[in-house]
Design a protein around this ligand. Structure first.
Ligand code: P6P
Length: 337
């Protein structure tokens, strides 16, 4: 077990890499420090959820019409609160908020440059069964003029324009994994010290893998190409059948596949729906991390990060992970009769 004292802390990493962040002058530090603080606060509550009456529904539903678990509400409030206080963002969008939240700078001049989009507690249906859950975040520079109020178009930029993205995973240990466009790095929280250590430098997807992650309960609704790929994964061949692993929490499934190799799939479910996951604060940040980790993230026919969003909460199909596995999936979709 490596002595955590030999590892750089998150603070040291940010300091050492500030110059590589294209929009420097300490803004990266403030952005990531806000995420770090909110992650620690949320982690504290998630870790004791079993003990304190914070489980179960808050008796309200979110904009998605889903029962809002109390921890969803808590995490949403904490991330919004800590992000607002740093004086560098002009707006926040969240899965738990119908519209974006404008953050006016203290001088009232709206000169703050960044917008943040978050899924404050993805996979929250796993909370009361003690499975891993996660926070996902995506950061852009505003495109509306400095000094003016933030606008919806600031939040509807294509994923390729993200300046940073990442997730916090509240699992057997708490990890912060993020990119600012220079690779992917993972930090593990030492709860005794409240310090994140650089435990996973330069994280990269293995080129291929043997794990496929999909809710096979939806099999009947998948397209012919997706069905054919799942049968390919299950076929008795020299390198198969693959292993099926699906936690029901994208951050947890993604993180395992990033380390071991694999593909995560949330396809369209029938001709009407675009899949379940939200493009702006789930698919895009995960796609940015995927590509920075030398993997591939697609709708099956299009690069996720090329999509021009039209709505804050729009859904999109997503297939992401080891590049060879995603390319094989795309082959089945391309050739479906
Ligand atoms: P299903 C959690 O609600 C989530 O958004 C992802 O984290 C997860 O991978 C997926 O939905 C699970 O959805 O329909 O398989 O239960």
């Amino acid at each position: 077990m490596t002595n955590t004292n030999q590892k750089r802390t998150l603070g040291e990493f940010i300091f050492d890499n500030q110059s590589s962040f294209p929009y420097s002058t300490g803004e990266l530090s403030k952005l990531i420090n806000a995420i770090r603080l909110a992650a620690k606060i949320t982690n504290h509550e998630v870790n004791k959820a079993g003990l304190v009456d914070i489980l179960g529904d808050a008796g309200i539903t979110n904009v998605q019409g889903e029962d809002q678990q109390k921890l969803d509400v808590y995490a949403n409030e904490k991330f919004i609160q800590t992000l607002k206080q740093r004086g560098i963002i002009c707006g926040i969008a969240s899965e738990e908020e119908e519209d974006f939240i404008a953050v006016n700078s203290s001088d009232g001049k709206n000169n703050n440059k960044y917008v943040v989009l978050i899924d404050p507690l993805d996979g929250s249906s796993n909370i009361d069964v003690n499975a891993s859950v996660g926070t996902i975040f995506s950061i852009y520079r505003r495109i509306s003029p400095l000094g003016n109020p933030v606008e919806l178009k600031d939040f509807l930029q294509p994923g390729k324009d993200q300046v940073a993205a990442g997730y916090v995973m509240y699992g057997t240990s708490t990890m912060l994994v993020f990119t600012t466009g220079n690779g992917v790095n993972g930090f593990t929280l030492n709860p005794a010290l409240g310090t994140f250590y650089h435990s996973h430098p330069n994280m990269q997807f293995p080129e291929t893998g043997r794990i496929y992650s999909v809710n096979e309960g939806n099999y009947v609704h998948f397209s012919k190409g997706v069905k054919a790929y799942i049968k390919y994964c299950q076929k008795e061949e020299e390198d198969r059948p693959y292993t099926s692993r699906y936690i029901g929490s994208m951050v947890a499934d993604f993180h395992r596949n990033l380390i071991k190799g694999g593909i995560y799939m949330y396809p369209r479910i029938g001709p009407k729906q675009n899949g379940k996951l939200r493009l702006t604060y789930e698919c895009n940040p995960i796609a940015f991390l995927t590509e920075q980790a030398k993997g591939k993230a697609t709708t099956g026919t299009k690069r996720i990060m090329d999509i021009e969003p039209t709505e804050l909460h729009q859904r999109e199909a997503i297939f992401c992970g080891s590049i060879k596995m995603v390319e094989k999936l795309e082959e089945f979709i391309l050739n479906e009769d």
